[in-house]
Design a binder for this molecule. Sequence first.
Ligand code: DLL
Length: 433
Amino acid sequence: MIWNEETECISRKEMEELQLANLKRVVEHAYNCVPFYRKKFDEIGLKPEHIQTLRDIEKIPYTTKEDLRENYPFRLFACPMKKIIRLHASSGTTGKPVVVGYTRRDLENWTECVARIIVAAGGRDDDLAQIVFGYGLFTGGFGLHYGLERVGITVLPMSSGNSERQLMMMQDFGSTIVVGTPSYVLYLSEVAEEMGLKKEDFRLRLGLFGGEGHTVSMRAELEERWGILATENYGLTEITGPGVAGECIYQEGMHINEDHFYPEIIDPDTGQTREYGEEGELVLTTLTKEGIPMLRYRTRDITVLTQEPCKCGRTNARMAKVRGRTDDMLIIKGVNVFPSQIEDILVGMEGVGPHYQIVVRKKGYIDDVEVMVEFVDQTLVDNFRALKLLEEKVRNRLRSVLQIDVRVKLVEPKTLERFTGKARRVIDLRNKE
Ligand code: DLL
């Protein structure tokens, strides 16, 4: 089923016309109402009327997370406060959070976008969806909540944490969809196991996962543990929250709601635009946002775009799984490695995982990396030789696939930290020790 066939299956030509009309409007709105944008435009002699084609977007300077922080809390808002009816914020690890505001129309568009991705993933009005994302300033809980309701799905707004109660309700109420971060839902499967529950004790059939990435092997793990179809969706607070893009049942990339968000790929080092099919940093422009329009926002997420038609009939562009964030990339003895590449290897390996942690330290001038992963077979605790052999196997595998030599430390099952929200897989102690 397709939620909004008229827009999701529109011809490329019509989509581009729609995007251009929206782009002109949002540029005008940003220029007229946000001093920050006006100043940036004026500095280079750019006027809204210079945007005459979609490619003209390249004339607009990028916006970054630092710009949002510097204009904390409301200075990028393009509407008077009386028109803003909701605020959200992204936590961020350092400094001030990023704050965003939504007008009534923004919330309406957000709900529409989320409804589309839910239906694309196979959600139906007879489903019961348990939301295990945190509610609050994080956009995950509320974002999915309203989209699910719009589709007519029964929503169970559990929020995250309280895992045993979470599972009791999942079982008693017969939830058919689970909505959360992949790492928390993975952890829930472990708690279920400890409670003596099997996947057959639940009625789950579909997972809507987002807020962080999960590799193909992690997806297989989630599908196997829960007996579900695991789909992925993507978004970020600065742009709207969830609802930017989402996978359909074919799981071949996330369909972007291109009438609301204009995607580009750039070289993260030079800022040069790249073509579709080339990997790079995703840059997004909001085409309809009133509260806080974002022009060419640098997401720092690395992906690839395609406009190839999809089996599902949708014609919008798709983005591949995010390979990592530019700021998460590890440089290990000159080789660039994303944590997701390490995950892909570990989760697919027999005898270890799926929980892991990467610790990065600085030894002299070089990065020293230790990969910690749990072994599965508890009896190995008493078998030093077998443990060492397994450790060696993991290390060799990482070396042969990634061309990097890292230290591997096997740890006992259930000793690494578990997460109820987004997982923190990388502990970066560089500059901290
Ligand atoms: O995580 C919004 C969201 C909530 C999306 C729930 C989907 C579901 P932020 O907290 O601002 O917003 O974090 C945004 O999370 O730039 C990515 O680095 C990462 N991220 C989100 N979804 C994915 C995904 C929400 N599917 C940041 N794959 C983004 C990889 C993801 N990374």
